[in-house]
Design a protein around this ligand. Sequence first.
Ligand code: ADP
Ligand code: ZN
Ligand code: ZN
Length: 691
Amino acid sequence: MVFDVIARVEPLTTTRKLSGPFDYLPPADPVGVGSVVRIPFGRQRLDGVVVDLAAASEVPEDKLVRATGVRAESVPEDLVELALWMAREYCSTPARALALVLPPPGRERTLLWAERTAAPLDGERLTGNQRALLDRLPGPAGEDLAALRRLEARGLVAVAPRARRRAPRTNAADDRAVALTPEQEAAVAAVRGGGSHLLHGVTGSGKTEVYLRACADALAAGRGVIVLVPEIALTPQTVARFQARFGDTVALLHSALGEGERYDEWRRLRTGAARIAVGPRSAVFAPVARLGLVVIDEEHDGSYKHEGDPRYDARHVAAERARRAGAALLAGSATPRPETWRALPHLKLSSRVDARPLPPVRVLDMVGAQHPLHPLTRRALQAARKSIVLLNRRGWSNFLTCRSCGKVWECPQCDVALVLHRAERAIACHHCGHRERVPDRCDACGSLAVARYGAGTERIEAELREALDVPVFRLDADTAATKDAVPELLARFHAAPAGLLLGTQMVAKGHDFPDVTLGVVLDADSTLRFPDFRAEERTFALIAQLAGRAGRGPEGGRVLVQTTAPDAPAIEAASRHDADGFLAGELERRRALRYPPFADLIRVVASAEAPDPVRAAGARLAEAIAGAVGPRSEILGPAPLFRLRGRERRQVVVKTTQREAAIRATAAAVGAAARDRALRDVAFSVDVDPQ
Ligand code: ADP
Ligand code: ZN
Ligand code: ZN
């Protein structure tokens, strides 16, 4: 059959069982690639995205149905293509990937706007009030609407609705004009030449200034920019500096925006009213036309990985988007990932702009220590007016155990130990949120000797409060539960004349507190004990980032690192501020173990409530993938994982040096398993490049 046009539509549904696109007759309104349409689908009506237009369909004419409505906002064509690439790259589905690039819901808010017409006022009889009113135009009609309507009737004024922007609230910053250092100059010139670069420099070395200049270059060339930052709540200063320099041409995109704000910011980008998108990982999908530059600030940050489906990595997607758009890519960090270090040419900023040295780092050996604070740490904390203490949630969790029979209280849903929250007298699961009261006695043996082991943030906080007389500000997932809690707590710490900021990884990220003179890492090696190939990298980054937080003011500062593994390469290199040395050694280790970037990892998890189908699914996957890949891919598993949220789980990991073939084989195996009726209760999740 030949038609004028057939719209090929991907229905927005989450199931893996469908494989689109499906052909529809176009609706009455004009459509193009990226249009969001309404379609009849079986007995339902769904939204769908037009991914292609065709002249003919294989569907017989009497079977073709018509799409109905078209949404006012459409997805830019390049983002449709990017989403389809993501669906393939992450073994997801087009619908799930397209959901990430959809226009946000909402509509414009308007107000009535009045302006003078060209009609001359000579000879018009006007009252003093009317003259005053005409003098204040153009402007919103507001309370003068009635008077303006009368002038409108006389042809002197035009009143019409006009879009009214809902602008996100942001911090103020001043913009200083600075002369670039020779290293900054070289970096900006390199970015101007295009391609991808790593900007490696410690905190305060002037990386943000390089981003700002590169951004100005792109704008001057008529191109748009995307600036990715870790969570906005933790990096308000970076955002503020972009706004201070570029004003309203900056659009802010993040999850804490209200619906109206998000819609307006998206639309300002879509229409070209704004040319720079700043935001966390999802800003990689900002509708910026003629993209000329993508900046990834703090490129090592774990928040760039999305844990929903598709499990995309905004850094990888940014690189692909930049490649497709012919845009430059600039990834910056003081502690770059080994992958980035190896893949991109380096631009180096070798010292802090103010030439202030990095604080000395002292490693304190905690082998055999009885007390969580080393005597030197205690003394240093007592002497410092303002300090930051970092502990790893994982390393410092409290578990509840029975001293008589050894019972450990576990989550009934997840098979992990419950964590004690002393203040609420509760034990809670950090995976699913299950909570229960702290028991008075052991339900296994009846003993009253229920012990509380460990030293979580709460216990450390109590100890510190006792030992010090400065206020303690605790920042962790519990205190950060609401969206404003983090900036508020940081602002209070910033304003306090004296105080101690205590928390998990969050305290080491991008803040700038000039009067902090002491940074302490408790149990630095707890990240190392995790069976994870990124353990070394994380440990190094944590210490180095904390060192970047201390001693930014005239008083200087120092860092103390408590550890039971003082000779671990990551800790030793961090204490020397030796990123180059660490990365060289770490890359050798990765090469020997065939870990990224020397091989790619793909992780598939099958889960269901009952164990049998999960076991079957694991075996099926491993077999199907093994049968489809060549000798350059290794299959690990299927291996059981701990039960999570009441679901049994099994995982298969593919370690490969043939990325594309392995992704294809995995997608095919998962697709076949998802369509298998015997496995209908099993859910599959694929993680390409797991963190
Ligand atoms: P980073 O992003 O690496 O932490 P910034 O760009 O924030 O570094 O620079 C740290 C401080 O130094 C900022 O206050 C910035 O305004 C200032 N700065 C940056 N470059 C220069 C320069 N070339 N001359 C003077 N001050 C500079
Ligand atoms: Zn017991
Ligand atoms: Zn749980």
